[in-house]
Design a protein around this ligand. Structure first.
Ligand code: GTP
Ligand code: SPV
Ligand code: MN
Length: 615
């Protein structure tokens, strides 16, 4: 213990509660060494990682890592939220008893870091001096160097965030142990992995992975699960899987702020990095604030503020290219210190490739290895360029990790401690029919109801009934940490207490033509057109057409300058399919009926919409 206190204080970390916590877990996981990390250690750690082969060079100032092939995504079945109160079990939070879960994790973690280094990573999930700072402090203990490199990019890392605290013990204790990845039985009935947030102890215990969402504990486990629990328990804030952008009208010299939730892999990063369409670029500019997490709170002026607690972006590589997302391509260019995971890599040329990076595969397969590390030239010739599922060069969930400062359209005030005042909250899923391009919702309860009934369509029969959504309330299904009824109540109360109500909307970039399956909406940069209309509704500049599920744009109200989409497709996107909606209302009733203590206002919103369809 004395020794540990000295290691910490030699590294400039002066917090007795942290020393006690490190000593406790070092006694359990038994690392060979302990090292305290600040962001300034990045270059040295990169050099160490290159020397050991944990990471590989991918051009000037770019790095590559491959995670074990059975460890490439979050595992929802192996993720639990634990507390001491069984009343806190919801439908989606996978509630477990805190004492049992802690005992199990202790067992798994015992001696599990032997011969490894325990990195002590003090971090802050907020801009410094944020009004939410007390909820944002954490210390991750990890035995994995690559995880440390990710954390430095994704969170504000440094001893200064844990020194001189009024209450030195007020930080999230986040323990990550990688485990013996080759012997964890991933996906079998003897799966040893468990990713647990012990929410009422503000303790995170993750065992058995080195993949992002399971291992960078500041991001998903603290930033979303723990924070949404804390926000509810304290009544102070909301934490949501949201993106956040500013839309500047240069003519009026006014910036609007829009945040919103889309389920994982449904377009948040792309929307946040969007450029205005060329024809609109003289008038509008889009600023990036965040692409995956927003904390919402009421500011001193009574307005709702949205703040991105993260410091970087952990984006999906697939289909990222100079046409779909030039902003991302710029953010991950040479010199950016971006770390790529599980894309295809050519160690001979140090090049990287993923499906959709270029229209076709690299011409010459010599040297190229797929995300598992297997040589492409070892595949039969007809499979060398095969894009069939399971045969990709890059894993479909391969990612890039880059700091926000690299994002070319990052807002000049992205580190504003309280965040920015929110004008609009949007929800959007992947729905091939029924959902129009956009529908604006002006009533708070109907907005919250819309978030609770958000979902993405099941694409394979096995995933559910054809056409039925996999509901994903507020896009938080994998991150839900307290019961859904309480969730709705907390939303109504917090947003309802604001002086000015944001407008809500539901958007859908993914409607398809049933004949040939093409997307009816071009998406990406054109998505700005829908959001501009929403702001026009908020400001009384557009009136739209009222439907039971909100206000739809009149075609002439959309700014279509330079629009290259199809006119007949647009007509479909701006209409309501009443039959499909009536069916959906039945599914929604079943979905909502699962939730205990769902507030009366939410049921009233449901009834109102149902009656309007039947009128
Ligand atoms: P997470 O990081 O998993 O939370 O994902 P995300 O919500 O940030 O999704 P992301 O922006 O990475 O997009 C996921 C996939 O959807 C990518 O392959 C994108 O190319 C695709 N996508 C994003 N926006 C659009 C759009 O407007 N239209 C179409 N057709 N595809 C899109
Ligand atoms: C998601 O899956 O929604 C992500 C990636 O943003 S992860 O951090 O792995 O959860
Ligand atoms: Mn996400």
């Amino acid at each position: 213990m004395d020794n540990i206190a000295k290691i910490l204080s030699d590294a400039g970390l002066e917090n007795p509660a942290v020393a006690e916590y490190v000593a406790h877990w070092a006694g359990i996981t038994e690392p060979a060494a302990i090292e305290v990390i600040s962001a300034k250690d990045d270059d040295r750690l990169i050099a160490e990682g290159l020397a050991t082969g944990e990471i590989a060079p991918a051009g000037d100032g770019l790095y590559y890592s491959r995670s074990y092939y059975k460890d490439t995504a979050r595992s929802e079945e192996r993720t639990v939220v634990a507390t001491h109160n069984p009343q806190e079990a919801g439908i989606y939070n996978n509630w477990h008893d805190a004492t049992e879960v802690t005992a199990r994790q202790l067992e798994s973690m015992k001696g599990a870091s032997r011969s490894k280094t325990m990195y002590v990573v003090p971090y802050l999930m907020a801009p410094p001096k944020s009004p939410l700072e007390k909820w944002a402090r954490g210390v991750e203990l990890t035995d994995n160097l690559t995880v440390v490199l990710h954390m430095i990019r994704m969170a504000r890392v440094g001893v200064e965030h844990l020194n001189n605290l009024e209450n030195p013990a007020e930080f999230v204790r986040a323990v990550h142990v990688t485990g013996d990845l080759k012997n964890l039985g991933q996906g079998t009935d003897k799966d040893k992995r468990l990713f647990a947030t012990v929410a009422d102890e503000r303790t995170i215990l993750h065992f058995g992975s080195s993949y992002g969402g399971n291992a960078l504990l500041g991001k998903i486990a603290h930033g979303l699960r723990q924070a949404s629990y804390d926000g509810w328990a304290s009544g102070e804030f909301l934490s949501e899987q949201f993106m956040l952008i500013g839309i500047k009208d240069k003519l009026k010299d006014h910036t609007y702020y829009v945040c919103g939730g889309f389920p994982s892999a449904s377009g948040k990063t792309n929307l946040a990095m969007m450029l205005a369409p060329d024809a609109l670029g003289d008038r509008y500019e889009v600023y990036f604030y965040g692409d995956d997490i927003v904390w919402l709170h009421v500011g001193e002026d009574g307005k709702i503020y949205g703040m991105n607690p993260e410091y970087g972006a952990f984006g999906v590589a697939k289909d990222t290219n100079w046409k779909s997302n030039p902003t991302a391509m710029d953010a991950i260019k040479e010199g950016s210190k971006t770390l790529f995971t599980n894309v295809a890599y050519n160690p001979e040329t140090q090049e990287l490739w993923w499906e959709g990076k270029t229209p076709d595969y690299p011409e010459d397969v010599t040297g190229w290895r797929d995300w598992k590390g297997e040589k492409i030239s070892d595949r039969p010739a007809d499979r060398q360029r095969c894009e069939a599922k399971g045969d990709e060069w890059a894993h479909p969930n391969s990612r890039f990790t880059t700091s926000l400062a690299n994002v070319p359209n990052v807002a000049p005030d992205y580190e504003e401690p309280q965040g920015v005042p929110i004008d609009a909250i949007i929800f959007g899923g992947r729905v091939k029919d029924r959902e129009p391009l956009i529908r604006a919702i002006t009533d708070l309860a109907e907005g919250v109801y819309d978030g609770l009934t958000l979902g993405a369509q099941a694409t394979f029969a096995a995933e559910g009934k054809e056409g039925v959504l996999r509901y994903d309330p507020m896009s938080m299904r994998p991150f839900m940490s307290y019961p859904e009824g309480d969730y709705a109540t907390h939303w109504l109360k917090l947003i309802g207490s604001a002086k000015e109500q944001p407008i809500f909307a539901h958007v859908n970039w993914f409607q398809r033509d049933p004949e040939d399956g093409h997307f009816r909406w071009p998406g990406y940069r054109d998505n700005l057109r829908a959001l501009l209309w929403l702001l026009d509704v908020k400001e009384g500049r557009a009136e739209g057409v009222q439907t039971p599920v909100g206000i739809l744009p009149k075609k002439e109200e959309l700014n279509l300058d330079g629009f290259e989409g199809d006119d007949a497709d647009l007509d479909k996107l701006l209409s309501i399919d009443t039959d499909l909606w009536k069916k959906e209302m039945g599914y929604r009733r079943e979905h909502l009926a699962q939730f205990k203590n769902l507030p009366e206002q939410i049921w009233a919103a449901h009834e109102r919409i149902e009656q309007a369809f039947n009128a």
